[in-house]
Design a protein around this ligand. Structure first.
Ligand code: ZN
Ligand code: ZN
Length: 409
């Protein structure tokens, strides 16, 4: 399973979504085709506080293979490519020039505008996940403009802004798929893992798994929704939060800062526990009723709670601060061991614990519609495409407040 190399549980706050991806069965690889505004919440500082740019660092590890042939001209793109897993400190992604990908039947090609950076990318790159495609272009929060349609595409049109997320194939026939629970499909395939992703100028995705980005959404604002937002959205659903209820969030990173905005819009009060003072500050700025570093200080019991941090030791205090009949959702794919629970203190009075696994396409469509309506405003840290190694290094070191996004334009 996923190796977890995060030193403190709060680090998970920067990457809640990332830890939620199910690991596909190794056999799934063989089945892969070759081709492959801004309105702040009350009291929240507007975007100038929410976005800043990093200057590009010098390109290192530049690799320029020979062009494929001297005959027919082949268009080439820049991509950040993983040939061999290794610690991100060694900058394992190399900038290479690859032929532009061509969409196969039922696939669309995007001219990538930006791609969100996720902790799962880090797990793919550092080899924590079983190795699938190599070489691979990582990235699964891709936003771009459709520039080419493969045979049989009917829904999308050239020029449309769309998004590609982690889930890119499900079987459609297994009991889970047929029950509307495709997030549990055992034949699922993933972007940036089984097929090339969005750390590049062009990307291809199956039309059935490509989402229309609602009008008015800036590309860099939409990207974090495609993984961080999606996992948070599903976790929120699993937490049974009712309109006007009280929600507690443990860990406050990419997913949680999006979930908070949805919960506020639904008239809920949000309480945030985070070890990182800068995350506590962001939670307050975004409108949390209360935010602090110690759950013991939380002033109320919550009706619903979500643990984003991969720390099993948070389960008992989260249950203790849950109201009778309340629900605790665990949003991680990985969690450190859970301490023993006391039946009376932690579980009695119909308190429930539920896990969360990836998302369905329906979740994605619902989230995008609701996000546009609110509108959700992600706290984005921008990097250039060539700075992908640096972005991942900063993510690993918990230096990112909100979500890192590679700006490919
Ligand atoms: Zn992700
Ligand atoms: Zn299935």
């Amino acid at each position: 399973m996923v190796g977890w190399d995060v030193p403190g549980w709060e680090e998970g706050g920067a990457a809640p979504a990332d830890e939620l991806h199910p690991v596909p069965a190794p056999s799934a690889t063989a089945a892969m085709p070759a081709t492959s505004h801004t309105r702040a919440h009350d009291g929240m500082p507007i975007d100038m506080a929410l976005s800043f740019s990093r200057t590009a660092v010098e390109y290192s590890n530049v690799s320029r293979p020979q062009r494929a042939n001297a005959g027919a001209p082949v268009a080439h793109m820049d991509a950040m490519v993983l040939n061999e897993s290794g610690p991100i400190e060694r900058a394992p992604l190399r900038r290479e020039e690859w032929p532009d990908p061509q969409p196969g039947p039922g696939e669309v090609r995007l001219r990538v505008e930006c791609c969100g950076v996720c902790r799962t990318d880090l797990h793919v790159i550092e080899g924590d996940l079983p190795q699938h495609k190599r070489p691979i272009i990582p990235g699964h929060q891709i936003v771009g403009l459709v520039d080419r349609l493969g045979d049989g595409c009917r829904r999308l049109r050239v020029g449309q802004r769309v998004g590609v997320a982690w889930l890119r194939h499900t079987c459609g026939v297994c009991p889970f798929c047929r029950a509307g629970r495709e997030n549990l499909c055992e034949q699922s395939l993933y972007t940036g893992y089984d097929a090339d992703g969005g750390y590049a100028q062009y990307a291809v995705g199956p039309e059935e798994f490509v989402y229309e980005i609602p009008a008015g959404f800036e590309a860099v604002q939409a990207a974090p929704l495609l993984c961080a937002g999606l996992i948070g959205y599903r976790a929120l659903r699993r937490s049974n939060l009712r309109p006007g209820g009280r929600l507690a969030l443990y860990g406050f990173g990419s997913s949680a800062h999006i979930v908070l905005q949805i919960a506020l819009q639904r008239g809920c009060d949000v309480y945030v526990v985070s070890r990182a003072p800068q995350h506590v500050e962001l939670a307050r700025a975004l409108g949390a009723r209360w935010a602090g570093t110690d759950a013991a200080d939380m002033p109320v019991r919550a009706d619903s709670a979500i643990i984003f941090a991969p720390a099993g030791e948070l389960i008992p205090p989260a249950l203790e601060h849950l109201e009778k009949g309340g629900t605790l959702a665990l949003a991680g794919i990985h969690m450190s061991p859970t301490p023993p629970l006391d039946y009376t203190r932690h579980l009695f009075y119909e308190r429930e614990i539920r896990s969360v696994t990836a998302n369905t396409r329906e979740d994605a469509r619902e989230l995008l519609a609701e996000a546009a309506q609110i509108p959700i405003r992600a706290h984005v840290v921008r990097y250039g495409l060539a700075d992908a190694n640096q972005a991942l290094l900063d993510l690993k070191a918990d230096r990112i407040s909100g979500t890192a996004v590679l700006d490919v334009t």
